[in-house]
Design a protein around this ligand. Structure first.
Ligand code: NCD
Length: 359
């Protein structure tokens, strides 16, 4: 299968996401990271293994000194035209761990976009100076179009989608899977588990990407729990139907808590109310929040997750419970993003060899 240089943009855009995935490699290796469907189970397992190796190597100064040389020949551009704390900082930290120097544009009112420059020209400009572009945008599908455009220039640098519109957030889903892998290490892994998504599922891109990545595991049940008007999109449900995945739609969160192995809480994405996103329907927030009392009904080995930022979905008094893994989940983002970047640049072997030499 070819790369994005071998196909016209209009032809590429007509393909299914799974078909598109085959065009995102370069010389047989992971190149652009655009959506969840491009990852298979083997990819998820090897990224998780590499993240864990990096995490262990980073425990000593000697290890950190080694890691800082792994990609000291590369520069990355962080282009975030939408607000971000964790994704931005964890990518920044991941780059620092691997010795990558970074540049950033976070506010397009300070860049030439204010002078009328197109996003295409901005991204192409970044590719003149940097070896990797990590981008977040409010425009769904933008990272994908940019990846095609850049692939067809003389400086085809990889693009990582750090969140695109309401559609996808693939690297968040990677860190969520890594968190599930680690959480279920002693209880048989992700296969066979019940994962429950709660909140604004209509516009939560993290939920969409994670739901799709879970298709790589067998016998996983997915529960979508949302108030009226906020339920998950029919495109996701059709994909689950096709894959023969068992799922449940509900609006009764508290009744379902005892059934879940992982609960994935989300906030209301009301920034979309002002633009094209529909919901703006009011509902009782308490019915979709997790409080101290709910801990009693949560399975002993279950985990409570949240991509953050949180508002009232999880009472901070719950944070001390060992099943509340969202702070660990956040930190996992840094390790899995470091593993992802090392893989894109084909440096996973050097890291493996270093880890092997230390045992
Ligand atoms: C999420 C996002 O940006 O989609 N945040 C994140 O990256 N952890 C979730 C959100 O904003 O609610």
């Amino acid at each position: 299968m070819g790369a994005l240089t071998d196909i016209r943009l209009d032809e590429y855009l007509k393909l299914s996401q799974v078909e598109k995935g085959a065009y995102l490699k370069r010389d047989g290796r992971l190149f652009h990271v655009l959506f969840a469907q491009q990852f298979g189970r083997e990819d998820l397992e090897s990224l998780g293994r590499l993240a864990t190796r990096i995490r262990f190597i980073a425990k000593t100064k000697e290890g950190m000194d080694f890691l800082r040389n792994v990609l000291s020949d590369k520069r990355a551009m962080l282009y975030f035209s939408q607000p971000s704390t964790r994704t931005f900082l964890s990518f920044c930290a991941a780059c620092q761990i691997l010795g990558i120097t970074t540049g950033e544009v976070r506010d397009t009112s300070t860049s030439s976009e204010l002078k009328g420059e197109s996003r295409e020209d901005s991204v192409r400009t970044f590719s003149s100076y940097f070896d990797l572009i990590i981008m977040r945008s409010e425009i769904g599908g933008l990272a994908e179009r940019m990846a095609w455009t850049l692939s067809n220039t003389e400086r085809p640098v990889p693009i990582i989608n750090a969140g695109s519109g309401k559609d996808q957030h693939p690297t968040q889903a990677l860190l969520d899977i890594y968190t599930l892998q680690r959480s279920f290490e002693t209880t048989g892994g992700i296969d066979g588990k019940t994962i429950m998504f709660v909140g604004d599922l209509a516009r939560g891109r993290t939920v969409r990407s994670l739901s799709l990545l879970l298709l790589n595991y067998s016998d996983v049940r997915q529960y979508f729990v949302a108030p009226e008007g906020y339920q998950i999109g029919s495109d996701i449900l059709q994909t689950l139907d096709k894959a023969g995945v068992r799922y449940k739609l509900s609006s009764d969160f508290h009744a379902l808590i005892p059934e879940a192995d992982a609960i994935y809480m989300t906030r209301v994405q009301d920034e979309w109310d002002k633009t094209d996103g529909k919901p703006a329907v009011s509902f009782d927030r308490g019915r979709y929040s997790f409080g101290v009392e709910d801990l009693k009904r949560l399975k002993e080995k279950a985990v409570l997750m949240h991509p953050f930022p949180r508002r009232t979905e999880i009472d901070p008094a719950v944070d001390h419970d060992p099943r509340a893994v969202y702070w660990r989940q956040m930190r996992n983002g840094m390790w899995i993003r470091a593993a992802l970047i090392a893989t894109i640049f084909g440096r996973e072997k050097v890291i493996d060899e270093h880890a092997a030499s230390k045992v």
